[in-house]
Design a binder for this molecule. Structure first.
Ligand code: SF4
Ligand code: FES
Length: 760
């Protein structure tokens, strides 16, 4: 286990703490409805500001060895940690108590406790990062007096390096001064998937602590794919989804916990978790018996083991732009070239590229799922979660992903971190708000006002809320957007596709839940977005899934005789109850057994149903398929994967919104199809889509055939250009200046075209 550079001492003094009102109220023993509670609530913001100003937080951390007397003096690898909030805070609370202002004293004390807990949380993040670098995990946390004798805190002080700090001392009775100080030891393990570093209320001697979670139920979560095990706490009355997301354990929840998508399935493998009436309606008796539950509807009452995950980790993010595969194998050894990092934060996936600034060579790109999906698949659900008090959790989630991605792209290339100069991030306006911790309250409701659409430049440390060793001097830019619906990802796309310098008129379309589109050239650009709904991402489709392994992504229906020699993953024989027989060929992502239908599969199936006349031009399917849908494949356990009449209707709504949006924009721009030089189809969905079939269902006008270019991840391409092209900043300004937003919902033409293009 021990490597040469195992031992390390760290001192952290920079923390980004925002006092949490709910925690402070709990720590102060306030219950909603108490008259005292409202008095305290009023006083809190001002006092919190004063307290935070007075804080002098610091943490001393040392990776070293520990002798365990109770284990025959065995020497084990451990981390000594001492965390303090400093003296200033307790001086304020003491002052209030001395002056007889007990309520203020109590509140000040609670603020100091919340502050210390939060500092400790951020220290955990730093320890976790260091452990990851060493491929180690944390087996447990030892605290006095439950796990170690009180006098051992003196050893922690010395080992951690805190003894050198004049501000910190210990009384003969082993009390720390400042009082708001904690010291503990983390026992390390070779199992890097384990991180049991949280303090354990069940063992803790702080009987009066109001944050006690004795009523907390411990749940063991097991990732079905990686085998990763994490113990999490679930408060009584809290559902499993909230407990898991709150603890940073990722589980997909496309509907944001409303109980409508059925995708947050987990399996109880040990212990007991009674099925709710809602779950009894969702699952068969056999499935309930087999332990299947919905995390958003499951309320644990006792310790149990929950297996979750599967499929989502294989989500395919597009790491290609304009014919360049950015995801090619990492190119080790970047020499001494100056490096930059570009990122695209999409609602579903995140892509991060390491690039040599001078040569513009992409060294490596990593792609990963955006774990905010645990709060809902689309931006509406995320905004809602943020507005319901989960803003900090959402920010932590995206910060964690970004940090992990940066770590990966650097470590997989063995790049010298000191050579990294800058980072640029392209993302839609909701992701910008969630990353920067802005409230989303005005973003999702009329008149849809973002907190800030401008360029944001700050240190990477400020963006991530934590320091990344070796990257302390890196500045990060979040690219500007135009409106609530047209964000930095589209501005980056326009930059990447040359709209700032092109004389020829181009059309950029990014297909997703919101189909963003822009038409124009260097003089004038019209931008807009059409609410297409989630069908292109497999959402609201009965057997819809994202672009994961096993998703049916391509299909072909032929009239045939049917030989009955169907083989899963390749071919399926369909027999529509006598009469004509059809032969269906389909492909799945990764050539894996079918699990559902993704967006490109939806387009292809619809196109094939129309071409083979199984559905007519109004979108009405042959009556044979009206009840049970058209069977595409056999899924897991023989459950059929079908495409239903309702699915076809969902697609009609989505495709006519996009088509009508494109045509309205062309009309507003005052040109015809012939005047458009190139149509840039951006994003993962457009990249994989069969253009012929998209034209067949009328998603795009056939007049544009031959001009359509699937460019891939134009947001990532734009972020790269921003960092490597000396004129890029000026070009972004030009784009912002030339751009004008068209609100489709106000356009009469859009309404008419929308109805017109509903048919095939
Ligand atoms: S009771 Fe729980 S929250 Fe309070 S100090 Fe102890 S471990 Fe921490
Ligand atoms: S059913 Fe959608 S998150 Fe649970």
């Amino acid at each position: 286990m021990m490597e040469k550079n195992f031992e390390k001492s760290m001192k952290i003094t920079d923390f980004n703490i925002e006092i949490n009102k709910e925690n402070v109220m709990a720590l102060a023993g306030c219950r909603r409805g108490d008259p005292v509670c409202s008095e305290i609530e009023e006083e809190l913001p001002e006092l919190a500001r004063e307290m935070v100003k007075a804080a002098a937080p610091r943490a001393y951390i040392r990776f070293g060895m520990m002798r365990r007397e109770e284990h025959d003096d065995t020497v084990i690898p451990a981390v000594y940690v001492l965390v303090t909030a400093g003296c200033g805070m307790e001086q304020i609370s003491d002052g209030y108590f001395k002056a007889g202002e007990y309520l203020s004293g109590l509140l000040a004390d609670a603020i100091a406790d919340d502050y210390l807990f939060q500092v400790d949380g951020q220290v955990m993040e730093a320890v976790k990062a260091e452990c990851a670098l060493r491929h180690l995990g944390v087996a447990g946390r030892l605290e006095a007096p439950a796990d170690i004798p009180p006098e051992f805190q003196q050893t922690i002080m010395e080992e951690s390096g805190a003894a050198e700090d004049e501000m910190i001392s210990m009384t003969r009775g082993f009390m720390f001064c400042p009082v708001k100080t904690m010291a503990y030891v983390l026992v390390l393990t070779d199992d890097e998937k384990t991180f049991n570093a949280q303090h354990d209320c069940k063992k803790c001697g702080a009987k009066d602590c109001r944050m006690r979670k004795d009523k907390t139920i411990m749940i063991k979560t097991v990732n079905s794919e990686s085998g990763e095990e994490t113990w999490i706490e679930c408060a009584e009355g809290q559902n499993l989804l909230e407990a898991m997301t709150g603890a940073g354990v990722y589980i997909s929840a496309p509907c944001g916990g409303k109980g409508t998508c059925g995708k947050c399935r987990v399996r109880i493998t040990e212990g007991r978790l009674d099925a709710s009436p809602f779950e009894r309606m969702q699952f068969s008796r056999l499935e309930i018996k087999d332990g299947l539950r919905l995390a958003c509807r499951a309320y644990p009452k006792s310790e149990c083991t929950v297996v979750y995950g599967g499929g989502e980790d294989s989500f395919r993010a597009v790491a290609e732009f304009a014919g360049t595969d950015l995801s090619k194998s990492p190119d080790h050894g970047t020499g001494d070239a100056v490096l930059v990092i570009a990122a695209d934060i999409g609602t579903t996936t995140i892509a991060i590229s390491l690039v040599e600034k001078e040569s513009r060579r992409v060294v490596h790109t990593v792609a990963m799922i955006n774990r905010q999906r645990a709060y809902g698949a689309d931006v509406i659900a995320r905004m809602q979660a943020s507005n319901e008090g989960r803003r900090n959790e959402l920010q932590s989630s995206i910060r964690r992903d970004l940090k992990q991605g940066i770590d990966r792209v650097l470590s997989e290339t063995a790049a010298d971190r000191r050579l990294v100069e800058k980072m640029a991030i392209g993302c839609n306006m909701t992701m910008t708000h969630l990353l920067l911790g802005y409230p989303c309250s005005t973003l999702g409701v009329y008149p849809f006002t973002p907190v800030n659409t401008g360029t944001v430049e700050m240190s990477l440390e400020e963006i991530l809320g934590t320091r990344m060793p070796g990257l302390e001097k890196v500045m990060a830019v979040v690219l500007p957007g135009i409106s609530a619906f047209v964000g930095g990802d589209i501005v980056a796309g326009l930059l990447a596709c040359g709209f700032a310098e092109n004389q020829e008129t181009g059309l950029l379309i990014d297909l997703g839940t919101n189909g963003e589109m822009a038409i124009g050239n260097s003089d004038r650009i019209l931008v807009s977005s059409a609410a297409a709904g989630p069908a292109f991402e497999g959402g609201n489709i009965s057997c819809g899934v994202g672009s994961v392994d096993g998703a049916v992504c391509s299909a072909e229906i032929r009239r045939g005789t049917g030989t009955g020699n169907a083989s899963i993953g390749e071919r399926l024989q369909d027999e529509p109850g006598g009469g004509e027989q059809y032969e269906l060929n389909y492909e799945t992502i990764g050539r894996k057994p079918p699990v559902g239908i993704c967006g490109t599969g939806v387009i292809e199936i619809a196109s094939e149903l129309i071409s083979s006349k199984i559905a007519d031009e109004t979108g009405l399917m042959d009556e044979k398929y009206l009840d049970d849908g058209y069977k595409i494949a056999d899924g897991a356990n023989g459950t059929p994967i079908v495409f239903t009449q309702k699915d076809l209707r969902e697609l009609q709504l989505a495709k006519s919104a996009i088509r009508a949006g494109v045509e309205t924009l062309i009309l507003k721009y005052g040109i015809s199809y012939g005047d458009i030089g190139t149509v840039y189809l951006a994003g993962g969905f457009g990249f994989r889509m069969n253009i012929e079939k998209a034209l067949r269902i009328g998603l795009l006008p056939v007049q544009l055939k031959g001009k359509i270019k699937a460019v891939g991840n134009s947001s990532l391409g734009g972020a790269i250009r921003y960092l490597t092209d000396e004129h890029a900043e000026r070009d972004v300004e030009k784009i912002l200046h030339a751009a004008e937003e068209v609100s489709l919902s106000n356009q009469k033409e859009f309404q008419e075209l929308y109805l017109e293009h509903m048919f095939f």
